[in-house]
Design a protein around this ligand. Structure first.
Ligand SMILES: [Zn+2]
Ligand SMILES: [Zn+2]
Length: 370
């Protein structure tokens, strides 16, 4: 028997306080589904954007939070294995990926479920329509049948695992889509939020010869240096995009970077990203530049033979590698330096505001706290 209601922080109005109330959970569990008790939710910049109402496709009310880890409290029929074939039972600690249909062209022919036409993003689940709660700002949540889950190793902290669910897997997919890091090459990372910081660590761990991280404010750039950046450029000081390009050129001995990854999502980021690329460089676009995006100089793309690669968040394969990456480099990088102290659901709204104001790098919510 699983709980039929859960306490959850519901977003009813953009930029308004979250309403901590009881929300129903599905009474019956269809094949492949599960219910988990959320152990930790980590917040993402997208949660702040959703709360602010700047993403136009969201119908309220919803339960925010799409990076979370949980403990299984009930399983539907046929849900006894994780994505790697290991047993799942009541009490298993798990993370999971957005649900996918397994039937569409992307799922089957392309075998790229990240491009599934029916991908179950949490922000598309209204809290007043069954199955009500798939988001992380809740004591319990429903896992739809197509949400591939992974059982966590005993020594994997819940908050690290939660962050793998969006931030870390997104970074690993971006590198995979770029074709990896050539050992000894120059990598420039645009953005010093959680994705930029993790991307900095990945570049270093993968053998980059030079790592340059652009972002701000200063405390985030200090973290970036701890995560392996040789040089940082503070975009709050260097506000002219062309000056930032010039600084990267100088740092790379006028050759430009081999790989420039955009996690900043700023209007000028992709113009800068292309201009920071050297000959035969690659620019990976993850951030959303928005409607006022600066023109990308396609003449430079041609004359330097630059590859421009788009990358979405990540599927269960990226999630699996994200967990192993965090674990493998736990002694090398101080992952905990990114995370705030956990707060309960009553503190979730402030935690979202802290993400929006950049006061927090990665806010943590433990719905079991008051
Ligand atoms: Zn996210
Ligand atoms: Zn599909």
């Amino acid at each position: 028997m699983h709980p039929k209601v859960t306490r959850a922080a519901v977003l009813r109005e953009f930029r308004a306080p979250l309403d901590v109330v009881d929300v129903p959970l599905p009474a019956e569990l269809p094949p492949g589904s599960a219910v988990v008790r959320i152990t930790k939710t980590t917040l993402c910049g997208t949660d702040a954007h959703l709360w602010q109402g700047v993403l136009p496709f969201v119908a309220l009310p919803i339960v925010l939070g799409h990076e979370m880890a949980g403990e299984v409290v009930a399983l539907g029929p046929g849900a006894e294995r994780d994505a790697e074939g290991r047993p799942v039972s009541v009490g298993s600690r798990v993370v999971w990926s957005e649900s996918v249909c397994g039937l569409c062209h992307a799922c089957t022919v392309l075998r790229e479920p990240v491009l599934c036409t029916d991908r179950g993003y949490g922000f598309s689940q209204r809290a007043d329509v069954s199955p009500y709660v798939v988001g992380g700002l809740s004591e319990y949540a429903y896992l739809p049948p197509g949400a591939h889950r992974i059982v966590l190793a005993d020594d994997m902290p819940d908050h690290w695992a939660a962050s793998a669910g969006c931030a870390v897997k997104t970074v690993l997919r971006a590198y995979a889509n770029a074709g990896g890091v050539e050992p000894g090459s120059t990598v420039a990372v645009q953005g010093a939020g959680p994705l930029g910081l993790i991307a900095t660590a990945v570049a270093r761990a993968c053998g980059a010869g030079q790592v340059i991280t652009l972002g701000g404010p200063g405390n985030r750039l200090a973290l970036a240096r701890g995560f392996g950046a040789d040089s940082t450029i503070d975009v709050t000081d260097v506000t002219d995009p062309d000056e930032r390009v010039a600084q990267v050129e100088e740092l790379t001995g006028a050759r430009g970077a081999d790989l420039v990854l955009d996690f900043a999502g700023a209007p000028t980021a992709n113009r800068e990203g292309v201009l920071m690329c050297g000959k035969r460089g690659t620019h990976v676009v993850v951030g959303l530049a928005g409607p006022d995006a600066a023109r990308v100089p396609m003449d430079v793309v041609i004359s330097r033979e630059i590859r421009v690669v788009g990358s979405l968040n990540g599927d269960v394969g990226d999630l699996s590698r994200a967990l192993r990456f965090l674990s493998a480099f736990a002694d090398r990088f101080d992952w905990d330096a990114m995370f705030s102290a956990p707060v309960g659901l009553s503190g979730a709204e402030q935690a979202i505001r802290d993400m929006a104001s950049m006061a927090a790098v990665k806010a943590v919510v433990d719905p079991g706290l008051d």
